[in-house]
Design a protein around this ligand. Structure first.
Ligand code: A2P
Length: 269
């Protein structure tokens, strides 16, 4: 192993944190865990800027959803590796002990505060868009506010589902949140370019009704259902349309409503 990379440049609007763990899931996907400053507060579902200094010492930053729960002592992030991406082409080589830049101001719309009360919460994701939901499904408030939480994850290939399968299993096993998650959390996965148990885009399965049949729940209804959407541009556009067609109103921090949308960051780096 090489010696750890330390940051000597001024971090600008960031703190300098240390990488604790790195796990590579596929040749396109990896997770990393970093130290969390005592002053760093965030709401489940928010994102923050993460990065490394450029050659000239200035920070090169990208937005990353925090994937760990707010009560965790460290911070987890889930990232794609973009071969020529200015940041992820370097970030994918980080090792424990390396230093990394962390922004000071988490923000975002995928927060419980942006939704009106409801019965059932849908967390609809593709690819790395699942990351903010890894935080939300470990927040007790999610289960206090909703009777059922349905996390959907669609990826191209089966091995891209591993990250989600892993944190859902850990969530159901967790001392703090396990009992609530076992009772209320449903994890629905599908793949589009591999042979899997369920094949197809979640949007097609919503339009055909197949999703609701498989889950044994009624079709989307703005009176009782709330939706958070995170993933590729295509998913955002199509899933937003599905919500609008069913008379769901888009919410925000300032005006909570029926659904919220955020693109999965660093999809293109
Ligand atoms: P598909 O293979 O049919 O394009 P990506 O890796 O490109 O970000 O895609 C992640 C997953 O999101 C893929 O399974 C992809 O399906 C799916 N996807 C892409 N566009 C849409 C969309 N408009 N609605 C739903 N799923 C989508």
């Amino acid at each position: 192993m090489r010696p750890p990379n330390k940051i000597s440049a001024k971090p600008g609007p960031c703190t300098i944190e240390t990488v604790l763990e790195v796990k590579h899931y596929t040749d396109r996907l990896f997770q990393f865990r970093i130290t969390r400053p005592a002053s760093f507060r965030f709401r489940s579902g928010e994102f923050v800027m993460i990065g490394l200094p450029k050659e000239d010492g200035k920070p090169l930053l990208r937005a990353y959803s925090v994937a760990s729960p707010f009560w965790d002592e460290a911070l987890d992030f889930y990232s794609i590796k973009v071969p020529d991406g200015p940041l992820t082409s370097r970030l994918q080589h980080i090792q424990p002990g390396d230093e990394i830049l962390l922004g000071k101001k988490p923000t975002g719309t995928l927060v419980l505060d942006a939704l009106k009360p409801g019965k059932r919460l849908y967390l609809v994701s593709t690819g790395t868009g699942i990351a903010p939901f890894a935080s939300l499904v470990r927040d007790p408030e999610t289960y206090e506010k909703f009777e059922q939480v349905i996390l959907t994850h669609t990826c191209r290939e089966l091995d891209e589902l591993e990250y989600g399968n892993e944190f859902v299993a850990a969530t159901k096993d967790d001392e703090l949140i396990g009992e609530m998650a076992r009772e209320k959390l449903i994890h629905f996965t599908s793949v589009t370019r591999d042979d899997g148990p369920v094949k197809g885009r979640v949007t097609d399965m919503i339009n055909s009704g197949e999703l609701f049949e498989q889950l044994g729940v009624p079709a989307l209804d703005p009176d009782v259902d709330r939706v958070m959407i995170c993933g590729s541009e295509g998913l955002l556009k199509d899933m937003k349309q599905i919500c609008l067609d069913r008379n769901f109103v888009e919410g925000s921090n300032a005006a909570p409503a029926d659904f919220v949308v955020e693109k999965a960051f660093v999809a293109t780096d």
